[in-house]
Design a protein around this ligand. Structure first.
Ligand code: NAI
Ligand code: MG
Length: 334
């Protein structure tokens, strides 16, 4: 049966980069049926809420979603849509790969690192949020469970095996955050012992940031808790030329949302300037998830060729072209 995919084009540069990815998927012969759904500012304007029930229903029904960035309005009462989606559908792993291309602003050649970020617990648990009446004291609770830690670390080792990767580094701060990060590290060690074919390493998060900048080639797969993963994955994006290069997959038991790591980029929205690479690579992750590795490989190769030859690349990559020209360069190769 035909695969149905929910598509949320999103806000700002979202529609431009999503349309680019859809054209490329069509060109490599993907015969998907798309259900378009609104979320974010567009949904607030059209339906009076940021995340309409109809959108949630489509995400649930089709199980696979391709999503553009969403603007979360600043102010009281607006919780992040992305955080809500991850919680609602229990998308416990956030998979953020980065690869470097030659001739771009990448700081190093041959970078190939995947950060696996736990997506539902830790400092993002939303528990125990208290601000004192006078506003001078604030608290929030970080929660780690054995179940949550175990499934994310297992996910990291399984991904390493599947992708032929050699090493998993558990990143933590167990020396200071003895209870929460301590439990995460303890579970990570236990799980690592079950994968003797993969090298296991562990590193404290602050040192990890320094090591990533100084000597990134020592890393292969990184697995870590929610907040550390958020920060480290942006650092990794910076190593390969910026957020325009960074895709992310939110994967749960039977539901997945593929997206760019960056936001709606209001400063360049509507100007045909956005680099669609992030969402193109997110659709590559989606094809791999759906077992269509050959098509994923074709797109990745075309992308490498366009970017490394500098044929019609966008400004953030040092080129002079827009989203549509970049997309056409991809289509010409495919
Ligand atoms: P941003 O990621 O939208 O932009 C940061 C900088 O990166 C800007 O200079 C932008 O022009 C540039 N940039 C981002 N993507 C690019 C691309 N594909 N090509 C070229 N340049 C690109 O972050 P910002 O400005 O902090 O947030 C804007 C809005 O996005 C906010 O409303 C925020 O809540 C939302 N946001 C949404 C996310 C999501 O839906 N996953 C993630 C992060 C932010
Ligand atoms: Mg982030």
């Amino acid at each position: 049966t035909q695969q149905r995919i929910t598509v949320i084009r999103g806000d700002g540069i979202g529609p431009d980069i999503i349309d680019s990815a859809l054209k490329i998927l069509e060109k490599v012969g993907c015969d998907f049926a798309y259900d378009f759904a609104d979320a974010g500012l567009v949904a607030l304007e059209n339906h009076g809420e940021l995340l309409p029930q109809a959108t949630l229903d489509l995400i649930e029904k089709n199980k696979v979603t391709l999503k553009g960035p969403l603007t979360t309005p600043v102010g009281e009462g607006f919780t992040s849509i992305n955080v809500s989606l991850r919680k609602k559908f229990q998308l416990y792993s956030n998979v953020r790969p980065v690869i470097s291309f030659k001739g771009t602003k990448a700081r190093y050649e041959d970078i190939d690192i995947v950060t696996i970020r736990e997506n539902t617990e830790g400092m993002y648990s939303g528990l125990g949020q208290v601000v004192s009446e006078d506003g001078n004291e604030a608290e929030a609770m970080s929660k780690i469970t054995r179940k949550g830690a175990e499934r994310i670390v297992e996910f990291a080792y399984e991904l390493a095996r599947r992708e032929g990767r050699k090493k998993v580094t558990a990143v933590h701060k167990a020396n200071i955050l003895k209870s929460t990060s301590g439990l995460f590290l303890k579970v990570a060690r236990e799980v690592g012992e079950r994968y003797p074919d993969i090298e296991s390493a562990e590193m404290i998060v602050d040192n990890t940031c320094m090591q990533l900048v100084m000597n990134p080639h020592q890393f292969d797969v990184i697995v870590t808790t929610n907040l550390f993963g958020d920060i480290i994955s942006d650092l990794c994006a910076g190593l390969v030329g910026g957020l325009g290069m960074a895709p992310g997959a939110n994967i749960g038991q039977d539901c997945a949302i593929f997206e760019a790591v960056h936001g709606s980029a209001p400063d360049i929205a509507g100007k045909n300037l956005a680099n669609p690479t992030s969402v193109i690579l997110a659709s590559v992750q989606m094809l791999e998830y759906l077992g269509m590795a050959d098509k994923a490989e074709k797109i990745r190769n075309a992308l490498k060729d366009v970017i490394e030859s500098g044929d019609r690349t966008t400004r953030d990559l040092g080129g002079e072209h827009g989203t549509t020209d970049f997309t056409q360069a991809m289509l010409d190769r495919l």
